[in-house]
Design a protein. Sequence first.
Length: 79
Amino acid sequence: PLTDRIYTTATQACHLVLGCAPAGPAGTGKTETTKDLSAQLGKAVYVINCGPEMDYRTMGDIFKGLASAGAWGCFDEFN
């Protein structure tokens, strides 16, 4: 299932100090799975609902905050 694949891929990416971007149909649990895995690994996760008003400065500020906190970012509705 999708959840098992996300767990495996995200855990390997974390071990290699990389990121991952789960993709799939809406409503399949990508965000919830990411939140559950981050809790199991003891990482904070911030879910950001993206919109058309977000520009490169806003994204830069979000990335700075995530990097300084050592947290994960989950960008929801990123179209």
